[in-house]
Design a protein around this ligand. Structure first.
Ligand SMILES: Nc1ncnc2c1ncn2[C@@H]1O[C@H](COP(=O)(O)OP(=O)(O)OP(=O)(O)O)[C@@H](O)[C@H]1O
Length: 278
């Protein structure tokens, strides 16, 4: 089953009379059980894409289906239920994922209670989950009194508490040391391997990118490249555009006139030098 399907998805923020185009035509399919990392420079649109997949934002244009539902057609209640039961979300700011006054254990148990699904009834014991993220000794501490890194690990435990079908995480390792980050990566991968969950993670951490089935680079609001099995490929957009890798941009700087020539299995681009016209 295709769990995430984006067709020419655009997103525009309206800010004090100005428009900020965050996504300008994203095409993306993620199949059940796949793990995908979204990489790319700051401001490229990664978080926006994740928020759209979580139903926390609605696309300005384009088609978006998540877990078989047409997200645009779901009302606020149906979206909230979908999120609570089938989606696990780790937001970028650790404090936003937790109830500050509830203990770590209560936060995890609460996510399971809200989901109340059959999947959730098979969910892992709270203490086991907290142990997996290295928080067993802090189970009784109010989440608001945990450090940023501890809250981040708690957020991952909360997001996995109800065995979501789709796990979405925005920079889940940004505040963690290498050892804790590796433990979180293992847990995310395991969610896919054991429960068939589909995992989409925004990250700047190359180790996270390398650990997943696919690494998509988002640049300028589009999918620019896709890495899999150690190879990186350019992704041709629906308008025929490709984003040259930064290393090749020196050869064809912006504004360069180039000739495109068909080859048996592709296209060759050659720069036209001064006086070479005609
Ligand atoms: N709430 C908002 N209002 C207006 N513009 C926004 C808002 N959120 C994001 N943007 C803009 O949309 C664009 C994409 O932002 P987004 O946060 O999705 O990028 P990102 O790739 O996740 O960046 P980072 O790696 O820094 O988190 C940027 O130009 C950003 O300034």
């Amino acid at each position: 089953m295709t769990v995430v399907s984006c067709e020419n998805v655009m997103h525009i923020y309206h800010l004090e009379g100005n428009e900020v185009i965050a996504l300008r035509g994203v095409d993306l399919q993620v199949e059940e059980g796949e793990s995908v990392a979204l990489l790319g420079p700051s401001g490229a649109g990664k978080s926006t894409l994740l928020w759209l997949l979580a139903g926390l934002l609605r696309p300005s244009a384009g088609g978006l289906r998540v877990l078989g539902r047409d997200v645009e057609k779901l009302g606020p209640g149906a979206l909230t239920r979908l999120r609570a039961r089938e989606i696990g979300i780790v937001l970028q700011n650790p404090a936003r994922n937790v109830f500050a006054h509830a203990t770590a254990a209560q936060n995890v148990a609460n996510a399971q209670r809200i989901a109340r699904s059959r999947r959730a009834s098979r969910s892992r014991p709270v203490n086991e989950l907290l142990g997996r993220v290295g928080l067993a000794d802090l189970a009784g501490r109010p989440a608001g009194r945990l450090s940023g890194g501890e809250q981040q690990r708690l957020a991952v435990a909360i997001a996995l508490a109800h065995r979501p079908k789709l796990l979405l995480a925005d920079e889940p390792t940004s505040q963690l040391d290498r050892e804790s980050a590796d433990a979180v990566i293992d847990l995310l991968r395991e969610a896919g391997a054991e429960n068939g969950a589909t995992v989409v993670v925004v990250t700047h951490d190359p180790a996270v990118g390398a650990a997943f089935d696919r690494g998509l680079t988002i640049r300028d609001g589009r999918v620019g490249t896709e890495a899999r099995d150690g190879n990186e490929y350019l992704v041709v957009g629906r308008d025929g555009s490709v984003q040259l890798p930064p290393a090749l941009q020196e050869l064809l700087p912006p504004g360069t006139r180039a000739r495109a020539r068909a080859l048996p299995d592709g296209v060759e681009l050659r720069r036209v030098h001064e006086g070479e016209d005609g």
